[in-house]
Design a protein around this ligand. Structure first.
Ligand code: ADQ
Length: 475
């Protein structure tokens, strides 16, 4: 793991860059449009990446290159406080082929261990290349000598190489938010060499886990002329360093929110509605087939079937944000989950005691925090996940050091959160047993585990993540 410094009293100050500006290049800009007093205005989007990078950009007057969220002509570049926002246009057809196609129907399933069959189409690749070039050119246009460029995620893997051609002396970092798969799987991509060479254009490549970094280095040595060790690849006349930088959350903000009056009131209302004596289990995810929502539903079905716990004693709440509904696999997965919820409830609910509550919506922050504070057991069971921030948000909200985190060993977070109850999401029986174990765990054991996870997360927050990456990039 990359070396980290402990958090300072004011973590925002640590991420200040000493020279040059930071230019962030990501698929989306950090703002979205909202209606306010009959007018349309830009608002900062919530989320870890924006929270971590906004203070640095504000301090040094940086720039963010990204898509503004609507197809057709892009809005003119504009400023949000000291941040220069540079919208990159995408046509409807590019959105379909670059984003829904190559990014989300080819790379996304492939990188998540091909748990759905990746689709390869030549026209999608052409769009991916074209859009990546547009992003690289937009970044080159704002770049000034001394700036640092930080490119994000699987949609933009060609950008480091393309930008390197345009600005050979630039300091370029790249961070992959999702897993990098094994070389056998990566080998399936028809234009695999181009993707690897694109990434190798960076000075520093960051991954969520050590395994992803190793997978990349092996794959790069096999399919490109890169040589060297896993952490330092020689490519052409340059060196590309590879390391893991596990992303995290704004721990202090979560702690603060979890004890706010709004959240406490909301939590009490929910508890009264569910039945004060029932024990709450929770799942919170984007509605994505990688997240293993079906796994935990089947495991809950098994727990209820064994009848050591019934809908009188326990209730499972699954909150799922709709996601990528323009990709066929997602539509299919949604209906199979909804069918499963219906089946389990039909079998195991009682009047006034619904076994599974399924909320398919984006929750307001205070409601999400209220659920985190109420849940005795948090179920995080992805089949493969880059990190999984929910696994970090739940402990941050457990100020009494109670509650049990059940965590898939295939989530990046499992490499760090050793005190979670780890499960193999491919073993439904095993997950069901672990749920029962979690429900029976004594308070002292819960406290021991939760205290350790909270201590770790307090020291390894999202500011620390940004600081580690940018610190390493400067070296
Ligand atoms: P995702 O797969 O989108 O991101 P994940 O880490 O699971 O992200 O985080 C999802 C976020 O959405 C969390 O902050 C959570 O609180 C929020 N959320 C989920 N459901 C919600 C709901 N119903 N209402 C409101 N908020 C909700 C990718 C990778 C991950 C990696 C992140 C960050 O797939 O592995 O952790 O990037 O690098």
């Amino acid at each position: 793991m990359a070396k980290r410094k402990s958090s300072a009293a004011n973590p925002r100050r640590k991420t200040r860059s000493e020279s040059g500006r930071l230019i962030v290049v990501a698929n989306r800009l950090p703002v979205h449009r909202v209606r306010q007093g009959g007018k349309s205005v830009w608002k900062m989007s919530p989320g870890g990446l924006v929270t971590a990078l906004e203070p640095i950009l504000q301090d040094t007057g940086g720039a963010w290159v990204g898509w503004a969220g609507s197809t057709g002509a892009a809005p003119k570049p504009f400023k949000s406080d000291r941040i220069d926002l540079k919208p990159v246009p995408l046509s409807k057809q590019e959105l379909d082929s670059f984003y829904a196609g190559f990014s989300n129907a080819t790379l996304w399933p492939l990188y998540h261990d091909a748990i759905r069959v990746p689709v390869f189409r030549r026209s999608w690749w052409a769009a991916y290349e074209k859009v990546n070039r547009r992003f690289a050119e937009a970044a080159a246009a704002v770049y000034k000598p001394g700036d640092t460029v930080w490119v994000h995620d699987y949609q933009l893997q060609l950008v480091p190489g393309m930008l390197r051609e345009l600005r050979p002396d630039a300091k370029i970092g790249f961070f992959l938010h999702i897993p990098f798969c094994s070389e056998e799987l990566f080998a399936r991509i028809p234009r695999r060499r181009e993707i690897l060479e694109g990434m190798l254009g960076a000075d520093l490549l960051g991954f969520q886990t050590r395994l992803s970094g190793q997978n990349f280095a092996r794959t790069a040595r096999r399919f490109t002329s890169a040589t060297g060790k896993d952490t330092e690849l020689h490519f052409g006349d340059r060196v590309c360093r590879v390391s893991n930088f596990p992303i995290s959350i704004d721990f202090k903000r979560f702690e603060g929110m979890a004890t706010s009056a709004e959240v406490l009131v909301k939590a009490e209302q929910i508890r009264q509605k569910l039945g004060p004596e029932r024990r709450i289990l929770l799942g919170v995810d984007r509605l994505d087939y990688t997240k293993g929502i079906d796994v935990r539903l089947r495991a809950m079905e098994e727990v209820l079937r064994r009848a050591k716990f019934t809908a009188e004693d326990i209730v499972f709440i699954q909150v799922a944000v709709p996601s990528r509904e323009d990709v066929a696999e997602y539509v299919e997965m949604r209906s199979s989950i909804e069918e499963l919820v219906g089946r389990i409830n039909g079998q195991h609910s009682e009047t006034g005691r619904v076994a599974i509550h399924y909320l398919r919506r984006n929750l307001a922050q205070e409601e999400l925090f209220a659920y985190y504070t109420l849940a005795e057991v948090m179920l995080v069971t992805p089949l493969r996940d880059g990190m999984n921030l929910v696994a970090k948000e739940y402990p941050a909200c457990r100020l009494k050091n109670d509650g049990v985190l059940l965590l898939s060993e295939f989530a990046g977070a499992a490499e760090e959160l050793k005190q979670a109850v780890t499960v193999n999401p491919f073993d439904i029986d095993g997950v069901a047993h672990s749920i029962e174990e979690a429900l029976r765990m004594g308070k002292a054991e819960q406290k021991r585990r939760m205290t350790a996870m909270r201590r770790y997360l307090r020291a390894h927050d999202v500011y620390d993540w940004a600081d580690s990456f940018l610190g390493a990039l400067k070296k």
